[in-house]
Design a protein around this ligand. Sequence first.
Ligand code: AMP
Length: 500
Amino acid sequence: MKFTDFNLKESIQDAIKEAGFTEPSPVQKEAIPLVLAGHDIIAQAQTGTGKTAAFGLPIMSMMKADGSVEGLVIVPTRELAMQVSDELYRFGKLSNLKTATVYGGTAYAKQIERINQASIVVATPGRLQDLLMSKKIKLNPHFVVLDEADEMLDMGFLDEIKNIFTFLAKDRQTLMFSATMPKAIRKLAEEILLEPKTVSITKSESTNTSITQLYYVVEEKERDDALVRLIDFKNPNKCIIFCRMKKEVDRLVAHLTAQGFKVSGLHGDMEQKQREVTIKAFKQGGIDIFVATDVAARGLDVNDVTHVFNYHIPFDSESYVHRIGRTGRGGKTGEAITLVTPNELKTIKRIEKDVGTTMATEVIPTRQEVQNVKEDELIAKIAGTQITESAIRLVKTLQHDLDIVTIAHLLASMIQSENAILGKDKIGLTLDQIASAIERIRNDRSPSSSRNRNRGRSGNDSSRRRSSSGGGDKSRSGHSSRDRSSQGRASRNGGQGSRS
Ligand code: AMP
């Protein structure tokens, strides 16, 4: 299917071409025709699936650009407001459709002026309610979109949303997008939508298929070592590490900084300005690793996050879906890696069931295995390096006292010592131990089979990855760190001395 198969007006088709989109995403395929046919919709889609275009393209195609506000998009956070506005601006600029972004913490006058010139207003609930209640603005949009509705409810915006809808005309088309569909969302949908059509991409589509999901089983005290080893092995371009508590974030930031990583924490209680500066540094590469809580990472949209690490598994499946959706965005692939203790395997099984996905399990690489990967990278890097005049002079000077092979050995040793892989050699459980732990959980659930507890221990441990159902060995994935440049490593300051 192509975008030209939709009945979108020419200037919108041109904008799609300019954006470089070739094929509609699953949510776009389903939602665009329904919206163009005038239906209210309730769509289950998380960020990264192309949901902004799924509502933006059809509503903009139907807009008249008559100088009034024709569309209102309500979003949970300021960052999402800015991101959605940017995306809608791209789609609307050839159709003369202006976008105004409305959020708290900035002067009213400028926002009101922009709203008065806009066709679409993208707003957070608090400020929008303020403006409507104080009668500073009057809106009569035909298209109303609630974006990331579950996040808005989680953030306690239900009353604001209900109140905002009392200001809106009944004669409207309302579109609701939510990554998850808990009861409260369905109830809200009943109140604000009229005979909605459901956009239900299948479960496996709703968790983005470009994300590889893995888990590693470790003992509680091994989490820090496991995390550092995996970062070294995977060599992420940008990654987000999720923790359950803020104090865990602070501790991990300190720990990873001491290991020489470029890392920053993202707190729910960070000042907005500080948050923006930190996110900008992450986007621009000044920071490679974010350590965040679920709340702090809400609305965070950074395109080239290659890895998401769950330092602790989240309590509920919805948070899991939100977390892993921070990678594999915009048509790129990503890896979501979860660390669990044998006791937490139960949660893995529950999340797999709720989300309709299977995660594969792997064994944490040994020091030597990481070293091998690093050596491959180093060899490729050396082969691709330009010889400089000063290097020639340096080698000539060294040759006064040393032969050329000794010089080469010394230089290689120097480089390698700066990137030594530290920590204990073997971390976490082997595949056989994981299989036994999974079997113990199964047996715990079925009272009759406690006899079978130790079955499965005798298998051989040659394979490094297994699908979490226990069978079906798969070969190890070609890890991206092998072919990526050593960008990630370049950020390390060689501060390996503090590793335990
Ligand atoms: P969203 O889910 O709206 O946050 O979109 C995630 C990213 O995917 C954005 O950077 C979009 O520009 C991009 N995107 C949306 N639809 C498509 C498409 N059909 N083809 C390629 N990229 C897309």
